[in-house]
Design a protein around this ligand. Structure first.
Ligand code: SF4
Ligand code: SF4
Length: 147
């Protein structure tokens, strides 16, 4: 006959070591500086190379469409803008869809006049049902853009 080994009921065991370990972890973090910040009252300093919000200098844009052509995911579309600019005879300027922009910086690299450029501004959320900034909005400071 095969002997049956008595097995201790795990429910009767007190996981003392695990409990002490858990309490020690909690206790350690109680006295540490929090890793979070109270945004937007507190703000982290962004890394030097961080880039997001694109700006456009309307007077410098010559409407060459290179930024539109080089954008890998169609985030830029040229739009007609009725403004006097002797450098931009076709009166077309880029808009940018920040919902699809991957911040690759191709548009900035290709622009022959440095009219379009990325910055470390990132608070572009808006309640309007569009992530697309018109050429005029790209020229505005972020706090002047209609949200
Ligand atoms: S940064 Fe890249 S993805 Fe974004 S608009 Fe410029 S080219 Fe397009
Ligand atoms: S922003 Fe630069 S690359 Fe784009 S259309 Fe204007 S001049 Fe050309």
């Amino acid at each position: 006959m095969i002997g049956v080994k008595e097995v201790e009921d795990p429910k009767k065991r007190v996981p003392l070591i695990g409990m002490i370990g858990g309490m020690a972890t909690v206790g350690k973090h109680l006295f540490e500086k929090p890793v979070t910040v109270q945004y937007p009252e507190q703000r982290r300093e962004m890394p030097e190379r961080f880039r997001f919000r694109i700006f456009l200098k309307l007077d410098d844009c010559v409407g060459c469409t290179l930024c539109e052509q080089v954008c890998p995911n169609g985030s830029i579309k040229m739009q007609p803008v009725d403004r006097e600019n002797p450098r931009n005879k076709r009166k077309i300027y880029p808009d940018v869809n920040f919902g699809t922009c991957t911040v690759c910086r191709n548009c900035q690299e290709i622009c022959p006049t440095d009219a379009i450029y990325l910055t470390n501004v990132f608070e572009t959320s808006r309640t309007r049902n569009s992530f697309t900034y018109s050429p005029e909005e790209l020229a505005l400071e972020e706090d002047k853009v209609k949200k």
